[in-house]
Design a protein around this ligand. Structure first.
Ligand SMILES: [Fe+2]
Length: 119
């Protein structure tokens, strides 16, 4: 799937060169803690856009991505993103309904979007 979005300031201006770090489980819900596959980072472009081409993680808990977001010189925001309509969302003790991706199915696979606002 493609995972993408914007990093914006509180004034809704794009934040360029913000760090977006992503890590998540494989299709079986397992993290690779030796080879560190399915981990990586990007920096937002001049329009504040970021994106990753990755896979849909399996559900050890409920399906989720882990992310760190940091604007240049700013604090690190550590958070998670979830999938809409997952049966395990309601059973997950730290699921947060404000952190659900907007997921569309395209001819190129799933496209999940989330925009971050950072101080
Ligand atoms: Fe996790």
């Amino acid at each position: 799937m493609t995972l993408a979005g914007y990093v914006l300031s509180r004034g809704c201006q794009p934040v360029a060169k913000a760090l977006i770090e992503l890590w998540h489980a494989n299709e079986s819900g397992i993290y690779d803690n030796s080879g560190y596959k399915l981990r990586g980072h990007q920096f937002t472009d001049a329009q504040g856009r970021w994106w990753f081409e990755t896979i849909v993680p399996g559900s050890g808990r409920t399906r989720h991505f882990h992310l760190n977001i940091q604007r240049p010189g700013g604090n690190v925001l550590t958070t998670q993103l979830y999938f809409p309509g997952e049966p395990d969302n309601d059973r997950d003790r730290i699921f947060n309904s404000t952190l659900v991706l907007d997921v569309r199915t395209t001819s190129d696979g799933k496209f999940g979007r989330y925009d971050f606002v950072v101080a």
